[in-house]
Design a protein around this ligand. Structure first.
Ligand code: PAF
Length: 298
């Protein structure tokens, strides 16, 4: 049986159902769930690019029902960050979601997600959330508290079998994996490789902020990470980080951080060992704060 039809009996190729109310979404998913259908969830903040589309296609290939959430989550933006100017284009997102075979888009209003008196948060401890982006001098751990809170709410609402995230947000992935493990949330977390532009720039909704000069500089992040991996493998991790720094310097990009950490628990590492090593970089380039990473596997 085509389980998309279960969700919406009039479902035709390329149709997507839009829900803004969580009880209506749950009611729509109930027959599919009763029928044993697998539900795949792709959480997004919209402004879809190829990175999102790769997650949607994977969900389409592996799940009976594909749900995409579309919610610019104010709780994960700090004061002075880009919440107000974050790019939004719901019509385009719905069209791209339909083309990627999404069955359902869940796009709740902010007041429904955070009603008056909202007082409960989900927080993963500082070992994972107080470093890299979570360092108090950068986005701070409040960013991840916002992410884990909204992702928990999405998991509770959709109850997916599988949820899809991109490796570009390596720290977010490590934090969500830990939350899922620690809280026994019955969902499988699938992480897909970063999708890149021709010059290596990691796809990101924030690339829209790059003016032509900054766009030229931005390719340095991925070049730096490639240099880091090659040199770390050929020599050692320290030399790898120096090679990365040289690539950034050559493009006049000052990193906010460039660090090597254990890819799973995010503790600092000084040498490549028998566990995957994450090299993560963040930098303000023109008007955009960009992040990227590479994982060096033993
Ligand atoms: O990666 C994102 O786009 C967001 O952090 C997420 C997971 C949709 C939560 O708002």
């Amino acid at each position: 049986m085509n389980l998309a039809e279960l969700v919406d009996p009039t479902h035709a190729q390329g149709d997507v159902k839009l829900f803004r109310v969580k009880d209506e979404l749950r009611a729509a998913l109930a027959p599919a769930r009763r029928d044993g259908a697998t539900i795949g969830l792709v959480p997004t903040m919209g402004c879809l690019h190829e990175g999102h589309l790769s997650l949607l296609r994977a969900a389409r290939a592996e799940s009976d029902v594909v749900v995409m959430s579309l919610f610019v989550n104010p709780a994960q933006f700090g004061p002075g960050e880009d919440l107000d100017r974050y790019p939004r284009d719901e019509e385009r997102d719905l069209r791209l979601a339909a083309e990627a075979g999404v069955d359902i888009v869940y796009a709740p209003p902010v007041e429904a997600v955070y009603p008056d008196g909202f007082a409960t948060h989900v927080e993963v401890d500082g070992e994972l959330t107080g470093v890299l982006d979570g360092d108090p001098s950068r986005r701070g751990s409040g960013h991840f508290r916002g992410v884990t809170t909204v992702v928990t709410k999405l998991f509770n609402t959709v109850q997916p079998d599988v949820a899809y995230f991109g490796q570009k947000d390596a720290q977010q992935v490590a934090v969500i994996r830990r939350m899922v493990r620690d809280l026994d949330i019955p969902v499988r977390v699938e992480v897909l490789p970063t999708v890149r532009e021709a010059d290596g720039l990691a796809m990101s909704s924030r690339n829209a902020y790059l003016d032509p000069r900054a766009r030229g500089q931005a390719g340095a992040l991925s070049r730096a990470l490639r240099a880091a991996e090659e040199t770390a493998r050929a020599e050692d991790l320290d030399a790898g980080l120096r090679a990365a720094r040289a690539e950034l310097d050559a493009a006049d990009v000052e990193p906010e951080y460039l660090e090597a950490r254990d890819a799973e628990n995010l503790t600092e590492v000084a040498e490549l060992g028998d566990r995957p090593t994450l090299i993560a970089v963040a930098a303000h380039v023109g008007g955009a704060r960009l992040i990227d990473n590479v994982v060096i596997r033993p």
